[in-house]
Design a binder for this molecule. Structure first.
Ligand SMILES: Nc1nc2c(c(=O)[nH]1)N[C@H]1C(S)=C(S)[C@@H](COP(=O)(O)OP(=O)(O)OC[C@H]3O[C@@H](n4cnc5c(=O)[nH]c(N)nc54)[C@H](O)[C@@H]3O)O[C@H]1N2
Ligand SMILES: Nc1nc2c(c(=O)[nH]1)N[C@H]1C(S)=C(S)[C@@H](COP(=O)(O)OP(=O)(O)OC[C@H]3O[C@@H](n4cnc5c(=O)[nH]c(N)nc54)[C@H](O)[C@@H]3O)O[C@H]1N2
Ligand SMILES: [Mo]
Length: 709
């Protein structure tokens, strides 16, 4: 901690403290923060100029982090439910009363079968400490059901790991050296801003940027070319590119011979995909595919920034496998600025001590069932007839939610909300705010924000580790997640010493080989990673080669969407439009929706619809529409715009349900069907119909946000 340097917006004063932190949010950028504290209050959150990925810049959202932490609606005391389930009616209670009662309820259920208790968490914070450390220890010792954390990235991650042996790829900084960048299934300006800086550097040095995305995003606007394919057809496009590389002999035969396992099988598959066939499937011109293959084969260095947006469809896993093989066929990995990045999270995983953090040994030989978070609606409502079949086991009697807002973010949310509304379900939610999920709690426990607790972070988009030191004391009566699980462990009589570890001690346990003093001093350290990861092969697979054929997965192929006019014509006769629901720029999933300054930039829940689809339906720009399918109906405002391609509508996410017109959001329409690999949700594989809502007055939300009574 030192005196802050003078800055343009907030002049430093004597006595100001500068605290080093890390952005906790679920974003590939994981920025290094500099937090200025004056008189015990945070007055400024800025990016660290010395951290190469952050280079002193923050996104609009996180530069408002103090506004979020001091938000007047923040939950500041434990709350106990006083109204019907889901009504969001609570009264404040003391911590001891809340924890005693929660411990008693969990003990009673665990005495019958601890698997009736389910932790539900995701990446509200990506911190290792406030994520799965004390919480994992607690649930392991309890013997609770395990959670399969699939809601975001498991299709692509498992596919990437099947191909390269890990979630490994190009270094973020090296994109500046590329001469061609395919920005594939990613709205980088919205969701990966610090990558965009390097892409712009490349652009200034003459690189061509191509966006491959059904939506004309703000990123696509700034690329040289935009290829608006149909959702869920990326695998077909990748196969046609391979077809062209093979047909015109643009392969790096030496790289393939030494570093690719199973090329002949891939070749046989790709030769089934002449560009004409893919053009038909993808809904794009054949000349576009030929040109793209030519550009990719003839430009050096050629980089791909793949993001998770393209794997939220039935064939998402196979599509990632195919795209990940492209730089292996052209030898793009050889040059700095060539290759691919989807996720870099195996770099941090290699130095993280998960056994120390999570203590799976506390299971003591028990093997609890695993429940998929992406089908939580079915899991809460229909044990026995979900994808788990008859082996589901005991009904879920208690859910402890932290770092997640499933009622808003999980698919088919009518079922999720109905599940959380079960009167016989005991629900505890650790939260900053009364989210849609917290509204369904029996107890809401006030959690600290990143300004108030210790944590330690890796990143899935760069190659550094970061430490977050608390800048201020907890606001109100908030407590770190870890402290809640420590206290519950004590009440349940768990006496292992690990339940007494402090948060700072857990930070020190997490990455034992890194220099903790350097983390304390600088806030971040670069991980021990090779300069050019696969320039000379060295994939992390058993044989060291990139894999075409993977045991259990066969040869990668194009897997069509569950729901599309081509793959489900009967369904498409009723619901002819494909809907995708990518993130809105000023929200982070459902986080920040309640920050007024950010919500006012986004305006209101929108459905982008192409003029050719709007006109025959009599839909005017700004009017209220009803979007529906067999799973549900959702009303929002139409944005008639060529940001949508014809045949595809874009429902920008993820609004809080209670801030929507009918107390619903876009996940009312999405399905619980899963991807080909990784058991992940298929948010962007969803047919709908849209009609003008002639009864609607253009009114403000009819459901007011819940308040504390
Ligand atoms: N501002 C902001 N930043 C975020 C997030 C956020 O909500 N807001 N979310 C964070 C999270 S949780 C994650 S996982 C990461 C990555 O988050 P992602 O959800 O991958 O976000 P995007 O990079 O925006 O990628 C989505 C893009 O994929 C496009 N897309 C949809 N379907 C298809 C398809 O079938 N094929 C192709 N080629 N493209 C398709 C969408 O139109 C959109 O532009 O970003 C993080 N960053
Ligand atoms: N239709 C549609 N649905 C989607 C997506 C989409 O693109 N379209 N994207 C999907 C993706 S990629 C993801 S990753 C998921 C995201 O789903 P979630 O991981 O559930 O993310 P958020 O909605 O941001 O909710 C995180 C919650 O954690 C809370 N939180 C933050 N920090 C802390 C903390 O330190 N302690 C505690 N106790 N709470 C904290 C926040 O207040 C917030 O309410 O949503 C998925 N859902
Ligand atoms: Mo995500």
């Amino acid at each position: 901690m030192s005196l802050i340097a003078t800055s343009s917006d907030t002049a430093a004063e004597a006595g100001d403290r500068l605290v080093r932190g890390a952005c906790p949010h679920d974003c590939p950028d994981t920025c290094a923060l500099q937090v200025t504290v004056r008189g015990g209050r945070v007055i400024r959150v800025a990016g660290d100029p010395a951290h190469p990925p952050t280079h002193g810049a923050l996104c609009t959202k996180v530069s408002r982090y103090a506004e979020r932490s001091y938000h007047p609606e923040r939950v500041l005391t434990p709350l106990k439910r006083v109204g019907p389930k889901g009504s969001g009616q609570f009264q404040p209670v003391g911590w001891d009363e809340a924890l005693d009662d929660i411990a008693q309820r969990l003990r009673t259920i665990a005495a019958r079968d601890p698997q009736a208790i389910l932790p539900y968490s995701y990446a509200g914070t990506m911190g290792m400490v406030q994520g799965e450390s004390m919480a994992a220890r607690f649930f392991h010792k309890l013997g609770a059901s395990l959670l399969d954390r699939t809601i975001c990235a498991s299709a692509g991650s498992e596919a990437l790991a099947a191909t390269y042996g890990g979630k490994l790829g190009m270094h973020l900084e090296d994109y500046a050296h590329a001469k061609l960048i395919l920005i594939w299934g990613s709205n980088s300006i919205a969701s990966n801003l610090h990558f965009w800086t390097f892409a712009q550097q490349a652009k200034r040095n003459g690189a061509k940027l191509i966006a491959i995305d059904p939506r004309r995003t703000e990123t696509a606007d700034k690329c040289h070319q935009h290829i608006a394919l149909r959702p869920g057809t990326d695998g077909a496009l990748a196969l046609a590119l391979m077809h062209e590389l093979i047909a015109h002999d643009r392969l790096d035969h030496d790289y393939i011979a030494r570093h690719v396992d199973g090329f002949d099988a891939l070749k046989a598959e790709a030769l089934q995909w002449p560009p004409e066939r893919a053009a038909e499937v993808c809904g794009i011109d054949v000349a576009v595919i030929r040109q793209l293959a030519h550009d990719y084969a003839s430009t050096r260095p050629a980089a791909i920034r793949l993001n998770y947006g393209m794997q939220r469809v039935h064939g998402g896993g196979n599509a990632v496998r195919l795209i990940a093989l492209l730089p292996c066929l052209t030898g793009a990995w050889r040059q700095r600025g060539g290759g691919l990045l989807l996720s870099s999270s195996s770099w941090i995983a290699r130095v993280r001590d998960d056994r120390a953090l999570q203590r799976p040994d506390l299971l003591a030989g028990r093997t609890p069932r695993t429940i998929n978070m992406s089908t939580i609606g079915d899991a809460l409502l229909h044990p026995g007839d979900g994808p788990q079949g008859g082996a589901f086991g005991p009904k879920i009697e208690a859910v402890v939610v932290y770092n997640s807002n499933p009622v808003a973010v999980a698919p088919e949310s009518a079922k999720v909300a109905a599940g959380f509304a079960r009167e016989d379900l005991f629900t505890v939610v650790l939260e900053h705010f009364l989210t849609d999920t917290a509204d369904h709690a029996d107890y809401v426990l006030p959690a600290t924000t990143q300004l108030e607790h210790w944590d330690i972070h890796g990143s899935y988009g760069h190659s550094y580790a970061l430490l977050n030191q608390p800048a201020i004391a907890p606001v109100g009566e908030a407590r770190p997640n870890t402290e809640v699980f420590r206290q519950l462990a004590a009440r349940l009589g768990f006496t292992e010493p690990c339940f007494a570890d402090s948060d700072e001690a857990i930070c020190r346990q997490a990455l034992p080989s890194l220099d903790f003093e350097a983390l304390l001093r600088d806030g971040w350290v670069r991980l021990p990673v090779p300069e050019l990861p696969f320039a000379d092969g060295g994939f992390a697979t058993p044989g060291g080669k990139a894999r075409v054929v993977v045991p259990g997965l066969g040869v990668p192929r194009h897997v069509p969407p569950h729901e599309s006019p081509a793959s489900a014509p009967d369904l498409a006769a009723r619901y002819p439009l494909a809907m995708i629901s990518p993130p809105a720029r000023h929200f982070l999933n459902s986080t920040f929706v309640n920050v007024t300054s950010l919500r006012s930039i986004e305006g209101r829940p929108l459905l982008e619809i192409h003029p050719d689809d709007a006109a025959p339906r009599g839909i005017a720009d700004g009017s209220v529409v009803r979007v529906f399918n067999a799973r549900g109906s959702y009303r929002c405002h139409a944005a008639v715009s060529t940001r949508a391609r014809s045949g595809v509508v874009n429902g920008l996410g993820i609004w809080w349900r209670k801030l929507g017109l009918d107390g619903t959001n876009v996940n009312q329409l999405t399905s619980q069907r899963l991807t080909d690999i990784g058991r992940a949700p298929t948010f962007y594989d969803c047919l709908v119909e849209v009609e003008a809502d002639r009864t609607a007055t253009d009114a403000a939300p009819v459901v007011a946000p819940a308040t504390t009574t």
